[in-house]
Design a protein around this ligand. Sequence first.
Ligand SMILES: [Zn+2]
Length: 261
Amino acid sequence: MIFELLKQQRRRRLRARPFPNKWLTLIQRHVVFFQRLSGSDRGELLGHIQVFLAEKRFEGCGGFAITDEVRVTVAAQACLLLLHRRTDYFPNLLTILVYPLSYMVEEKRQVGEHVWEEGTVSRLGETGRRMGSLVLSWGAVKHGAADPADGKNVVLHEFAHQLDFENGATDGVPGLATREQQLAWSEVMRNEFASLRAADESGIPTLLDTYGATNPAEFFAVSVEAFFEQPRALLARHPKLYDELRTYFQQDPVEFSAEVV
Ligand SMILES: [Zn+2]
C-alpha cells in the first residue's frame, strides 16, 4: 500500500510540473486533435503526458533514433485514451519500440480449414498481453497524428489493446467497474462483432475496419479508432457501440472531432 501511495504522489508531482515549451510546440505542430480539445482537457492531457514519458521507455529499432518529437507524438495520442478516468497509465507496458516505417515479421496464418501459410508480412504496430512492450511504425504514428479523421490510428489501436489487457485477458473487454457494465458491454459487443463478421463475409461496405472481424480483441481496437476518429458516423450507424465506448471513456469525441460528414 505504501508503494501505491508513493506512486500516486510521484504521479501528482509529475502532472503538476510545468510542461516543457519545446514539447508543447511539437504537439501543437504535429498532433492535430490537440487544438480541438477543450482547455481543461488539454491541461489534463499534458499532465498525463508528463507521467507517461517519465514511466515508459522508448527504444529505436532498425537504426531509428528516438527524438522528443517521437516521444511526445506517441504520448499525446496514447494519453487521449486516459482522459476523465482513473488510470494506472497502461500498467502492463514498459517499453515502446519504434521502427522508422513498417517492419517485417514472420507470420503463420490459417487460410483454410487445414491450410496454414507461412510468410513474411509487414506490420505497422503490435502489442501483446505478455510482451510488456508495444511496437510502432513511426511513419504510421506521424500519419495518425496528422490526420485525425480517416478512421485509422495505430497509436489508439495498439494502446486500446493495452486497455483490453487491464482485466487480465485479451478479450475485447477493458476494465469495467460494475457487473452491470460488463453485461451491457458484452451484449453490445457480441452483436456488433457478429454483424461486422457477417458484413465482411458478404462483402458489404462497413464503417469499421473489417480487420475488427478477426476476433473480439481486434474488434475493440478497431472500434476505438472509429470512436475517436469518426465519432459522428459511428454514432449514426452504431449508436449502441458508441454509447458503450462513451460510457467507458467518459468522453464524447463528437465534441472535438475533425470529422466531416
Ligand atoms: Zn490489433
